[in-house]
Ligand binder design. Structure first.
Ligand code: U5P
Length: 226
């Protein structure tokens, strides 16, 4: 039995509109996994959050305020997954890591969105994994792994099969320092993965369709291991 935290990117769950088939499939896979393992999930805000934050920019320069808007969107996305999970999910979006622990003791799946301004749900998932002393963190994102350079710009970019948390930090920091930086995971999350020495799989949406196999190591993403 493993304790596993899943970080499901908002852009994966809600690309433009909610991907109902994908959300349903995620719920199915998570329930199957939860028969053998303890499971917790963090859901991101994705494109919808970015649209709302952009709209709010017309009215306020306050970044923290905009983060609060983003957090609301992550929680709306989290509610969709809760709906799909039915009885297996705790019916409220969890806002505190200790509460997530409590929900696991109740044999339910805790679903979180964002928590506080100043970071993304990637950071939330890494902190949750650290707090829960999880055996594994699975990051589902819109890139199918960590590359040695941006695969959208460099056709020769190579996917890295296995890296250390230190290498992940280095790659995440480099991506973030560039304008509009959107690395696979944000630099703060990478730091938490390093601090917590958390074994992490970073996989794309395609792999997520067979999440049950992913937790058994069968995927084409990147393994981050100390
Ligand atoms: N956000 C926070 N704190 C969190 C999670 C999210 O402020 O704990 C805000 C950020 O502005 C973030 C947005 O960019 O919500 C959407 O979350 P994400 O999809 O980037 O993780």
């Amino acid at each position: 039995i493993m304790r596993i935290v899943f970080d499901i990117g908002g852009s994966v769950l809600v690309p433009d509109d909610p991907d109902v088939d994908f959300i349903g499939k995620m719920a199915y896979e998570l329930i199957k996994i939860s028969e053998d393992h303890e499971v917790a999930v963090v859901v991101g805000g994705g494109k919808v959050a970015r649209k709302y934050i952009k709209a709010a920019k017309s009215f306020t320069p306050n970044e923290t305020f905009k983060d609060y808007i983003g957090i609301h969107i992550t929680r709306a996305n989290a509610m969709l997954l809760i709906a799909a999970l039915g009885e297996k999910a705790y019916p409220f979006v969890i806002q505190d890591f200790r509460k997530a622990w409590e929900v696991i003791q109740l044999k339910k799946i805790p679903i979180m969105g964002g928590t506080h301004p100043g970071h993304t749900t990637d950071a939330v998932s890494a902190l949750l994994a650290e707090y829960l002393q999880a055996d594994l963190l699975v990051v589902v994102t819109n890139v199918d792994g960590v590359y040695d350079s941006d695969p959208k710009k460099n056709p020769n970019a190579r996917k890295l099969e296995k890296i250390t948390p230190e290498e992940l930090v280095e790659i995440a920091m480099e991506a973030e320092s560039k304008a509009g930086g959107s690395g696979v995971v944000d630099a703060l999350a990478a730091k938490f993965i390093q601090r917590g020495r958390i074994k992490t799989y970073i996989v794309g949406k395609k792999d997520a369709y067979h999440l049950f196999d992913v937790v058994r190591g069968k995927h084409s993403g990147t393994v981050v291991e100390p």
